[in-house]
Design a protein around this ligand. Structure first.
Ligand code: SF4
Ligand code: SF4
Length: 462
């Protein structure tokens, strides 16, 4: 991974806007003009009703990680729903600015500047779904934010300039890193050369296999988290799993496009992936990434049928243990806490499996953070927040790392390369006395295999 791309994805460059100062989309019409009408037909009748269902109780504000960093009402889920409702009422309906009653009541047209400001607030959200879980009227907030983002993209006001790069690169290169398709499987060849794996994973499109290991863009291209793929391969090899990867034919799952509001591009990549996956004849798709899991398992269902099961690596490892194909025998003697990735936990409902897996590893002392499971604090990396508002993501990540350090744990474990990256940012910023680990690393150690670690990766690069 070259520095330029590392900087872009890790959000460690100097783009330090707050929600109030982030620039508007370059393509946004001139600020003084009336804003184009939002295509509200993208919202279902239920979603339009949800805008009115909000009781304005403010419970969501007490939990929202973005509002926690930037205390402005428009950033709260309540404020966002209210702003949007106000905009569409002024564009449509009996009291619209153009209507007789609207003119009589002095309703103002929605200006481009106003819509641009709303877009900045709308994208200051990690789509963590915490607001849904605490909302007393159970508003399906993230679905609502994503549909509203679609409206904003259609009118040329989103995503924000610092997020457009991710979308463009995903559209042009099938990965948000802008790396060539031809180097997607390079990590496996390099790992074999450096003797970190025994064999390069086979190409499942040429040689059929029972399991498709969907590596995902982050673990494939980001050398800072390549140990996730390496450890997974070593676990599969040791357990005798008949698996393969798509290598250079693997494409992004499209999550970034969907979260950013580019529904048309998502549909294109999703339907191509469904066709490619279904043709393989695999019984199970296993992925290391919480975002890939949520997207393929839940969002793809709107565009087609999948002819295989979808599992996260940690769920699949539990299956292998239960089938007697994998044994965790080496005590680790570690104090461990677990961070629930938003897309694995709140979005996909997988809370028990990681805890079960950790309980099967001998010698582990497991401690929960105060905020766990449904109320787990987000690491801030999702929903485009890391590229749109890197400072905010850094602060959110530090808060989560503080939660982990307070438990007295020495290891912070998660099951998502994106959280792995996102929490590393907080650990590094605080120089925190805790080590970030993907759950596959602990599984390797407990199997008696030499795990690939972040330090090994850094040493291997020197
Ligand atoms: S999804 Fe998360 S970040 Fe976004 S508004 Fe809800 S609580 Fe805040
Ligand atoms: S918790 Fe739900 S009802 Fe209460 S203000 Fe937030 S979105 Fe509205």
């Amino acid at each position: 991974m070259d520095n330029e791309n590392n900087t872009t994805m890790n959000g460690t460059d100097d783009r330090h806007e707050s929600a109030a100062t982030a620039p508007a989309a370059e393509s946004a019409p001139a600020a003084q003009n009336a804003a184009p009408k939002l295509p509200i037909e993208k919202l279902s009748a239920r979603q339009l009703l949800e805008l009115d269902a909000c009781t304005r109780c403010g419970e969501c504000s007490n939990w929202c990680p973005a509002y926690d960093q930037d205390n402005r009402e428009p950033l709260t889920p309540r404020g966002r729903a209210t702003q949007f409702r106000d905009i569409i009422r002024r564009q449509y309906g009996a009291f619209s600015a153009e209507s007789f009653l609207g003119k009589l009541l002095g309703k103002k047209q929605v200006s481009a500047q106003e819509l641009s400001g709303f877009a900045k607030d709308l994208y200051a959200c990690s789509t963590c779904m915490q607001c849904h879980f605490v909302c007393p009227v159970a508003i399906d907030t993230v679905e609502l934010w994503e549909r509203i983002r679609e409206c904003i993209v259609d009118t040329g006001f989103g995503p924000l300039p610092t997020q457009q790069d991710l979308v463009l690169k995903t559209k042009n290169y099938d990965n948000p890193w802008g790396q060539p398709r031809s180097s997607r499987a390079r990590w496996g060849k390099v790992a074999k050369k450096k003797k970190r794996i025994n064999e390069v994973p086979k190409d499942i499109s040429k040689d059929k296999a029972d399991v498709l290991y969907f590596v995902g863009c982050t673990a494939s291209y980001d050398t800072n988290v390549e140990e996730v793929g390496i450890n997974t391969v070593n676990i599969f090899e040791a357990a005798g799993v008949d698996y393969g990867i798509l290598g250079n034919k693997e494409k992004c799952c499209g999550s970034v496009l969907l979260r950013m509001g580019d529904a048309a591009s998502f549909k294109r990549i999703c339907t191509e992936n469904i066709e490619q996956f279904n043709a393989l004849g695999a019984s199970t798709l296993v992925t290391s990434c919480a975002g890939c899991l949520k997207t393929i398992k839940e969002d793809y269902a709107r565009h087609g049928k999948l002819n295989f099961e979808i599992k996260h690596t940690l769920e699949y490892v539990i299956d292998l243990i239960k089938a007697g194909r994998l044994k965790l025998t080496q005590p680790l003697n570690m104090k461990v806490t677990y961070h629930d990735p938003c897309h694995l936990g709140r979005h996909a409902g997988i809370f028990d499996a990681p805890r079960e897996l950790l309980s099967l590893i001998p010698g582990i002392e497991f401690v929960e953070m105060e905020r766990n499971r449904e109320n787990s604090r987000c690491c801030g990396a999702g929903g485009g927040l890391k590229s749109g508002y890197p400072d905010m993501q850094n602060q959110i990540s530090q808060k989560r790392v503080k939660d982990a350090v307070q438990t007295g744990a020495t290891e912070l474990v998660s099951g998502c390369p994106f959280c792995y990256q996102g929490l590393q940012i907080g650990i590094q910023a605080m120089d925190a006395p805790i080590k970030m680990r993907d759950i596959t690393e602990l599984v390797c150690m407990a199997m008696g295999l030499a795990p690939a670690t972040h330090e090994d990766t850094e040493d291997a690069e020197e």
